[in-house]
Design a protein around this ligand. Structure first.
Ligand code: ARG
Length: 462
């Protein structure tokens, strides 16, 4: 028979070209387990409304269980002749329970409320998977910070030497955005825990079904949608998910870019483990940071998925429009990309070798302690305006003689300003500069230790 769910009023079958255009089964097949879960819940409310007998419900569930098993082991799959996952699974059900019983399941539901529900279920599961992978990356970064509690490095702004910072402080600065991303996923999940099932095509159902029961059955903690038109037409949950995944990509790309720089001969801050770097087919000496580069590249792709989706949604009239079929591939792709990228990225971080001597050698370079001179003067009552000027003069003097700040003689200091007594040298060293910044969030080892403890306890409760 005709597998289409809508053939009744048509004299002719679909043109080949239309069928090709319309088909989504090649990408929405991954929703099959969710579709079957939806069908099980729907059968229960049909029974509740008196539209299936107890015996029919039992046989329906047996048929759906068999279908689920056949889907799981690959013995039943959607084909190009099935327009979409819903059509394919209806065909599968009819084959298993016969057309008389199987044909009853479609009452009171539409592919519009089905797809809106299944898509939420799928993304909620993957939000959890991605959240778990982010936690593993956070763990690896925390491990990197913990393994180097006392290493100083040059902190940069504008990519120029700015002030020395603790290496662990810098690494934790990459953990914080990931923690917010994980929180975004959890908050998104809260908002998405509402089921559109029962919205029908757009207007709800006349059959006395119980959308709240379906919602509870399918694990939607916050019940069913308040508005069936919104339930079938809105995709802001998809756009928000795409944003969060794009943000994760962007945050990874910022770590990645630093790894790429740090791994160069010029920086020589880190070495990547052989297992997490690649070679060149022509240059035998090469060891490339491909994972970091792919992270940088894939972040662009994740942004593209978000912007493409927003463009699809823009100005769409209510309620369901077929344009919405374009909503799935971008975010499926975002899930797929992050789910292969994150484990590789975590492995790269977890196996990184840090070159402590190189970091510490460069920590005070580039006159990065000039601010310490200025702040030392401020503590002695010199207005910051003047102190800044004086410290700048010290840098100028050093540049003229090709020396570092701590190499200025007592005479040179005194000549620049009478305030610059030899005691200024006490702050012209990296450990002193770090230790002095001991306010909350600062780079002092004591402050970073507090931050590390907070990050770890947040990670432990997630
Ligand atoms: N494949 C469709 C989608 O992904 C399912 C809903 C189809 N609804 C319809 N009325 N054609 O959006």
């Amino acid at each position: 028979g005709d597998v289409r769910l809508w053939g009744g009023r048509f004299a002719a079958g679909p043109a080949e070209a239309l069928a090709k255009l319309s088909a989504s089964v090649h990408f929405d097949w991954r929703l099959a387990p969710y579709d079957i879960a939806g069908s099980r819940a729907h059968a229960r409310v049909l029974h509740g409304a008196g539209l299936l007998t107890a015996d029919e419900l039992t046989r329906m569930h047996e048929g759906l269980d068999k279908l689920a098993a056949d889907v799981a082991d690959g013995s039943f799959t959607g084909t190009v002749a099935d327009e979409d996952v819903h059509t394919a699974l209806e065909r599968g059900l009819l084959e298993r329970v016969g057309p008389d019983l199987g044909g009853k399941l479609r009452a009171g539901r539409s592919r519009n409320d089905q797809i809106a529900t299944l898509f939420r279920m799928y993304l909620r599961d993957h939000a959890r998977i991605i959240g778990g992978l982010i936690a593993e990356l956070q763990d690896a970064l925390v491990g990197l910070a913990e393994a180097h509690p006392d290493v100083a490095m040059p902190g940069r702004t504008h990519l120029q030497h700015a002030q020395p910072v603790l290496f662990a402080h810098h690494v934790l600065a990459h953990v914080q955005p990931l923690a917010r991303d994980a929180e975004r996923l959890r908050q998104w999940d809260e908002r998405t825990a509402v089921s559109p099932y029962g919205s029908g095509a757009l207007a709800g159902s006349s059959l006395g079904l119980d959308p709240e029961a379906v919602a509870a059955d399918l694990g939607f903690e916050h019940g069913s949608v308040a508005n069936s038109i919104d339930g079938t037409a809105s995709r802001d949950f998809v756009a928000e998910f795409a944003f969060v995944t794009a943000m994760i990509g962007v945050n990874l790309s910022r770590v990645a870019e630093e790894i790429i720089l740090w791994n160069t001969k010029e920086f020589s801050f880190v070495t990547l483990h052989d297992a997490f770097s690649t070679g060149s087919s022509i240059m035998p000496q090469k060891k490339n940071p491909d994972i970091a580069e792919l992270a940088r590249g894939k972040s662009g792709r994740l942004i593209g998925n978000l912007t493409g989706l927003l463009a699809t949604l823009k100005a769409l009239p209510l309620a369901y429009n077929r344009d919405l079929q374009e909503d799935k591939e971008p975010v499926f792709d975002s899930c797929d990309q992050l789910e292969v990228l994150l484990p590789a990225f975590t492995g790269m971080i977890a196996t990184l070798t840090v070159h402590r001597e190189r970091l510490e050698e460069l920590a005070p370079a580039g006159f990065s302690l000039a601010t310490d001179i200025a702040e030392w003067l401020v503590k002695r009552g010199v207005p910051f305006r003047v102190a800044h000027e004086v410290a700048g003069a010290c840098v100028k003097e050093c540049e003229a003689h090709g020396i570092e700040l701590d190499q200025l003689s007592d005479e040179q200091f005194a000549k620049i300003s009478p305030h610059l007594t030899p005691e200024v040298r006490e702050v012209l060293n990296v450990p002193g500069a770090l230790a002095a910044r001991d306010g909350r969030g600062g780079t002092a080892p004591s402050a970073v230790a507090i931050q590390l403890a907070e990050v770890k306890s947040d990670l432990a409760v997630q």
